[in-house]
Write a protein that binds this ligand. Structure first.
Ligand SMILES: Cc1cc2nc3c(=O)[nH]c(=O)nc-3n(C[C@H](O)[C@H](O)[C@H](O)COP(=O)(O)OP(=O)(O)OC[C@H]3O[C@@H](n4cnc5c(N)ncnc54)[C@H](O)[C@@H]3O)c2cc1C
Length: 247
């Protein structure tokens, strides 16, 4: 197989790269990913995951994403919506299906692993040599998520260790929860438990370190940090013709 760009990975990083070069050239692309769908780790995300910033700041630049409406109720009241995991994966799925594949310039090899110049099907074992002008490794920010990795610690007898993906199904059977980690996923789990009625004394939160948290109001269109920066730096790039800005 011959291609201009062999892209390893089909996550957000890979697709943002392909989107940018695709728009400005006639180049051909071969995208190889171990997963069976584009969007990387978002395909394995837990049901209550949300983008932690407004959608218009995320995704592939050429495609509209996220709404500029302001939510009227709930924990995100007063701010633009946080897209659900399903909406994020849909954004990437549609981009591949509706823009890249119909062009005839993009070959997508899902459930395939890149190994030293070859794309190897994880199902059949079939190996295809790919001759590329440029190999782009878009896996360097690959996310490690609980669902697809074994825990790196021992679990005490009697304790049940589950990834956040199983929580909605299994939480009603438990009366105490130890949440491990100080990142976005752990914050989501603690918030989800509280919003769904768990009492604070039912939750033990184990944090290996403090996390940096930014107020969401700093990242709203037309105001906050973004607006302040824009006032200092002059007009930013307009995106999708919808009055939002991308940096
Ligand atoms: C739960 C969660 C929520 C997040 N929320 C946000 C958010 O709200 N905002 C934000 O900005 N960021 C967020 N992030 C950070 C996130 O990592 C990035 O936004 C982005 O999705 C990362 O994309 P990626 O393509 O670099 O990595 P990934 O999505 O991990 O994709 C890498 C891909 O490479 C493939 N791959 C790796 N090695 C090979 C190989 N040898 N051959 C073939 N394929 C291979 C993998 O199968 C994978 O699909 C979140 C991360 C997690 C885990």
């Amino acid at each position: 197989m011959r291609t201009d760009y062999l892209v390893i990975g089909a996550g957000a990083t890979a697709l943002a790269f392909v989107d940018t070069v695709f728009a400005g050239t006639d180049a051909t692309f071969t995208i190889v990913d171990r997963r069976d769908a584009p969007g990387g780790h978002w395909n394995d995300a837990y049901s209550f995951v949300r983008l932690h910033q407004p959608g218009w700041m995320y995704g592939v630049p050429s495609q509209p994403f996220g709404s500029l409406d302001v939510e009227e109720s709930g924990p995100n009241r007063g701010f633009t919506p946080l897209a659900s995991g399903v909406e994020v994966t849909d954004h990437f799925h549609r981009f591949l299906r509706e823009t890249l594949l119909p062009s005839g310039r993009v070959t997508y090899l899902p459930l395939s692993e890149y190994r030293e110049g070859r794309a190897v099907s994880l199902l059949s074992g079939e190996s295809t040599e790919v001759e590329a002008t440029t190999v782009v490794d878009a896996t360097l920010l690959e996310a490690t998520i609980p669902l697809t990795h074994e825990p790196s610690f021992l679990v005490a007898d009697g304790a049940v260790c589950v990834p956040p993906n199983s929580l909605a199904r299994t939480a009603p059977r438990h009366d105490h929860f130890a949440v491990l980690g100080a990142g976005k996923t752990a914050l989501d789990v603690v918030t989800w438990l509280l919003v769904n009625g768990a009492r604070p004394e039912q939750i033990t939160w184990v944090r290996p370190r403090e996390a940096w948290l930014y107020g969401r109001d700093l990242f709203q269109p037309g105001g906050g940090l973004h607006g302040r920066h824009r006032r200092r730096a002059g007009p930013a790039v307009r995106r999708h013709g919808r009055g939002s800005t991308a940096r």
